[in-house]
Design a protein around this ligand. Structure first.
Ligand code: PLP
Length: 386
């Protein structure tokens, strides 16, 4: 089969249906019957890939989705989960028990899991900012087994060098997992750059319509399959109804993301020229700190950007409250544009000092650009910024 993403998004993994449906049917069944005990044992003992029990993920709708998910990240195997956090936690419990290093500004739930919950299970964890990367070799020498990071990060769109970090980690026998949620497989392929795993909050660009919660983990079969058992017994498998909805969404993924890339660039340029905007953080802007690295490792710059409003936190809050097309909601990647003020939502739990240390100012507004006309979004921002 082709390796072109658009074709894979439409065709990869689709089951041949006896009634001629062009798409995999939705099997809501929790269990699947067999003609004999020998036939059951073939599936249970792994001699034949087949349907068996939905929580195991052995359901044709889920299996078809997983084939598509693997194909679009260029992976040997993929597992679909009931949320992005489910995918991350199963990964950490399977491959992170020797220790996890989390680089940069990960999603708040990830930070909480890594900083305070994994240590409760005796798993050593370390959080390093981008400015502290020189401490990574020392941690790897001490035997930390898994390096995890987002790139671009939330909300500053910081870039981490996937190829360089993977090379360093591998030299110490550690594995590398990249949360590719912000970029999506359209804009970045961490496995091709040397990472061992990709995780997604499929709730975002992969789902793309703010109407489903799901997660995905992709990588080499030998590394992904051990995670299967954790997913099974923690009960984290995606529901078949959501799997069908996610497969539906993936068929239009490149169209949506390419348009979001183009619109975000237009919005970023307009915001750079706006007198009420102090700073625009967008990997596609030539003067952005991470632009050169983004040019190397990304194919498109994404639909996420952050602006810093003149006048500080209160001015940013006023502008966010005045937006009409951008909805004030803490998510991203959907067809509708969303805005969040990190200091009052995603990073509200951090102390002001910690936000400052992480380079997150109260004046920041994070924009998730949807599929509306760019001019309408720019006009909405202009009226809100006053
Ligand atoms: N990773 C990133 C980058 C996210 O933004 C989120 C949620 O916002 C997650 C992971 C967690 O995903 P979910 O909400 O699907 O569990």
């Amino acid at each position: 089969m082709t390796t072109h993403l658009a074709t894979l998004c439409v065709h990869a993994g689709e089951l041949a249906d006896p009634h001629g449906s062009p798409h995999t049917p939705l099997y809501t069944s929790t269990t699947f019957k067999f003609s004999s005990t020998a036939a059951i044992l073939d599936v249970v003992e792994g001699r034949r890939a087949g349907a068996l029990y939905t929580r195991y993920g052995l359901n044709p709708t889920i299996q078809a989705l997983e084939e598509k998910l693997a194909a679009i990240e260029g992976a040997e195997a993929a597992l679909a989960f009931c949320s992005g956090m489910a995918a991350e936690s199963a990964l950490f419990l399977t491959h992170g028990r020797q220790g996890v290093v989390c680089l940069g500004d990960a999603y708040g739930g990830t930070l909480e899991l890594v900083a305070s919950q994994l240590p409760q299970l005796g798993i050593p964890t370390h959080l390093l900012l981008g400015s502290e990367l020189d401490r990574l070799p020392g941690l790897l020498q001490r035997g930390v087994g898994l390096v995890f990071f987002e790139t671009p990060t939330n909300p500053a769109l910081e870039q981490f060098d996937i190829a360089a970090i993977s090379e360093l980690a591998h030299a110490h026998g550690a594995l590398v997992a990249v949360d590719n949620t912000f970029a999506s497989p359209v804009n970045q392929n961490p496995l091709a750059l040397g990472a061992d795993f990709v995780v997604h909050s499929a709730t975002k660009y992969l789902g793309g319509h703010s109407d489903l919660t799901a997660g995905a983990l992709m990588g080499r079969k030998e590394l992904v399959m051990p995670v299967w058992n954790w997913r099974k017994n923690l009960g984290q498998t995606i529901a078949p109804e959501i799997a069908a909805l996610l497969a539906r969404s993936l068929r239009t993924l490149p169209l949506r993301v390419e348009r979001q890339n183009a619109t975000a660039m237009k919005v970023a340029l307009a915001m750079q020229a706006h007198p009420q905007v102090e700073r625009v953080l967008y990997p596609g802007l030539p003067d952005f700190a991470g632009h050169a690295l983004a040019q190397r490792q990304m194919k498109g710059y994404g639909g996420m950007l952050t602006i810093e409003v003149k006048g500080g936190g209160e001015a940013a809050t006023r502008s966010a409250d005045k937006l009409k097309l951008f909805a004030l909601a803490p998510s991203l990647g959907g067809v509708e544009s969303l805005v969040t003020q990190p200091s009052t939502t995603t990073h509200h739990g951090l102390t002001p000092e910690e936000r400052t240390r992480r380079g997150i100012s109260d004046a920041m507004l994070r924009l998730s650009v949807g599929l509306e006309e760019a001019d309408d979004l720019i006009a909405d921002l202009a009226q809100a910024l006053g």
